[in-house]
Design a protein. Structure first.
Length: 344
């Protein structure tokens, strides 16, 4: 197998362009970082590609978490009163900023998570696309009107934002999953607190700083988009926190069970996107070339770290040996590591 390594000069230019320092705070309430406990919580972040040190992050403690929640609660009182199309305009400009940083952010996704560069770019494009979708949604927050049986009355639906939304994302899609939740929540008048995976904190900090540029340009208050980087204790605290009426969590089934129980115990709402045990079935009449391509991509795409990753093959006995032999020939040709195009 071929092994590709990261280019140190390219690494440093990527980190610098996204505002990633050697040591980075792990809690932000918009444009500002929050005071953190001292150095015992300093975490090194290494690239899974070749083990190269990328940067350090100060993990947030409970005090920093409470500061972020306080800022978010205050910002919600302001943000929910901003007309939805104006909230959509802010999200549109966030999408524009993401377009400007697409190359650098896609590269960082690849460096920190380990997926191939094209998939890193694709993930950033998903963020841009959801911004575009949310902008349109900001002018379509409709509600039904209904006839009443009482004279001089009418009944109607009117959507109200929930408040501060908690987002817990996994390392395999370190930025896209956050954006799916945060941009739609934002145009609906909610504010967000994001806890990324502690394995991929740098991409989260980069996104926070990109969003902060838009917040600063419009002199918006602290607390609309928030970031807290911590271990499982912070995630557990979020799931138990009655100040977060909705928790959206992505990760393992084990994690999802714990989150669901904690949220349900306080009668909160949970959105869960969890891992599976996905099988691909190959029949005796299958078009094998296409089936083999689907098998390999399904198993190793995103380095095998998708919610939908192929984990099992169910193969008809008539083609079993043929499929097995072809897969055994394909796998040694796969490259481990990363190599960016020279033009980037």
């Amino acid at each position: 197998m071929k092994l590709h390594f990261t280019d140190p000069a390219l690494l440093q230019s990527t980190l610098a362009s996204l505002g990633i320092a050697a040591v980075n705070p792990g809690a932000y309430s918009g444009t500002q970082s929050q005071a953190l406990q001292a150095v015992e919580a300093l975490q090194a972040v290494y690239s899974p590609i070749d083990g190269q040190l990328l940067a350090h992050v100060q993990m947030a403690d409970e005090k920093a978490y409470e500061q972020v929640i306080k800022q978010a609660e205050a910002a919600f009182l302001y943000w929910k009163k901003v007309p939805a199309p104006q909230r959509g305009e802010i999200v549109r400009q966030i999408g524009q900023k993401l377009r400007l940083y697409k190359t650098e952010l896609g590269r960082l996704v690849s460096l920190e998570m380990g997926k191939i560069y094209q998939e890193g770019l694709g993930e950033v494009q998903e963020m841009i696309d959801i911004c575009d979708f949310a902008v349109g949604l900001s002018r379509q927050l409709y509600g039904l009107t209904m006839k009443s049986e009482r004279p001089d009355h009418r009944m109607f639906e009117q959507y109200h934002p929930l408040g501060t939304i908690g987002i817990i994302s996994a390392f395999n899609f370190p930025v896209a999953v956050w954006s799916w939740n945060a941009m739609i929540a934002a145009v609906c008048g909610n504010v967000c607190v994001w806890k990324p995976s502690e394995k991929t904190p740098l991409t989260a900090i980069a996104c926070q700083k990109i969003v902060a540029q838009v917040l600063a340009e419009h002199q918006l208050p602290e607390g609309i988009f928030n970031l807290v980087i911590g271990d499982a204790r912070i995630g557990e605290k979020m799931s138990q926190d009655p100040q977060l009426p909705l928790i959206s969590a992505t990760g393992s089934t084990r994690m999802g069970r714990a989150v669901a129980q904690n949220v349900a115990a306080r009668l909160g709402r949970a959105l869960l996107e969890l891992g599976g045990n996905n099988a691909l079935i190959i029949t005796e009449n299958a078009y094998l070339e296409m089936a083999l391509r689907a098998t390999v991509f399904g198993a190793v795409g995103t380095c095998g770290q998708r919610c939908t990753t192929t984990r099992r093959l169910i193969v008809h006995s008539q083609v079993y040996d043929l499929v097995k032999n072809k897969l055994c020939n394909i796998y040694p040709q796969l490259s481990i590591g990363i190599r960016f195009p020279k033009k980037y």
